[in-house]
Design a protein around this ligand. Sequence first.
Ligand code: BMA
Length: 314
Amino acid sequence: MKNGLPLLRHPTNPILTAADWPYPAHSVFNPGATRLADGTTLLLCRVEDHRGHSHLCVARSKDGIGDWVIDREPTLLADPSNYPEERWGIEDPRITFVAELGKYIVAYTAFGEMGPGVALASTTDFRGFERLGLVLTPHDKDAAVLPRRIDGRFALVHRPVRADGSDIWMSFSDDLRTWDGATRVLAAREVGYWDSAKIGLSPPLVQTPRGWLMLYHGVRETCSGSLYRVGAALLELERPWITIARGEPWLFGPDADYERVGDVPNVTFPCGFTVGDDGDTIHVYYGAADTSIALATGSVSGILDWLDRSAPPR
Ligand code: BMA
């Protein structure tokens, strides 16, 4: 019997592939997501070209499921002459609307000779972007800004690399450029668990009355490569470095053929979600096998109920 999990694959998955692209692309995956003021779902997709370098491209849809309108050209390209840390591309965007600024802040991975680092850009319309540049030096990635200040400061979830694995951390800033006060939020679990090799943030945190809901990816190394699954945790609202609950099993993981087979097999890698008008329904957008974009649907309340059942008492 399959585990009763609160995220369901959409029957039309994968919802976007390189074949849908209006210009040559090798693969499309790991999109950031947001819902614009008029209800349109916007995906900022990672597109890999035939050099193996990635850029970002916008796809828009009224219902967040089909009839995607894709920008005719790359929306945000790497700019290695001004930002050498982007020499091999920009990857895995996470989008946060920061109401105080009236802007979307996009956190993405800048990939260059030094390895992956965290870069930020702001936008109001996903046509023009203002780069803030590299804000966390390599090796660091899987970052997203919180939608509001914590104790008077902006907060950024990120994933620095340590020698034998990687955990999720949070840093703080007054101006979005200089980050300090790094605090560990969640650690990879001990060997034997599905999330023992490394973990990293998936979509940006979702604020709920009970705490910040965090979906994260957890990696297990096997003799056939890495398995990328998704877990959930709940963090304190005013002290988000403190975990209230963490699911012991994974919430979602590779199962369908398009998740099992592709450039990097056995990968489900969400970078974005949208919340519906009811404040509860969620669409989670994820990269499948580093090849295509897929959608899983569920609800915030359903994941919180699952956490109540799946988190050992702390
Ligand atoms: C991670 C990131 C993701 C990728 C995943 C699986 O480290 O590089 O972009 O989807 O590996 O290859």
